[in-house]
Write a protein that binds this ligand. Sequence first.
Ligand SMILES: [Zn+2]
Length: 228
Amino acid sequence: MYHRVDVVAPGDRISQSLTVSPAQFAAELQYLHDRRLRTMSVAELEADIRAGQSAGNAVLLTFDDGYDDQYRYAFPLLRRFGDVATFFVNVGSVGRPRHLSWQQIATMAQAGMSFGCHGVTHADLAKLGAAAQSYQIGRCVEVLSARLRDNVIAYAYPSGAFDEQTIRLERHAGLLLGFTTDRRFQRDADSLYELTRRRVKSGMTAEAFGSLLLAPPTYIRVRVSPTP
Ligand SMILES: [Zn+2]
């Protein structure tokens, strides 16, 4: 799980920890290549889970929050290495200053990048009632799928939090996968709507990055059940 890739780390400490330098990101892509690990799309991950298969030597790279540095720095590096990633965007922020534009998203999607929902705004779903959650999830899926002219299958929960209503609404919106941040939020390790991720931190060593990849995939124990 990445957030920002940028040359200038912003002043505040939270943003700083969310920002990886282009040099670090390039070194991490090189690390994957040196070990013959390939990057997969979110649709490929979903198909593997449905087939009850482990992706084996594949890694899913994700980016949250839709900052335009993802287009400026992460996207060219992904292309240079022949890799793909999944970008979770807030549809209400697209086109705003420092955020991705619809044109940039279209260019990235055309080049094989995947997009998923991160809400209309960056609202913590667990703090919202059913109607507000329904708006965040339903409207994000509606806008993003219309823009991409493709199905949106994945949602990443802002701040990682969710509840039972969230999962019910996701199923209703046709979403197949839900991503939280870390294990703190996971209640059912077998749920496709509670997939955990591992945070890539700014200034992380190659060894620390490698240790993120050594941990067993979170979805290996997933029960395969027919989609409702
Ligand atoms: Zn976020």
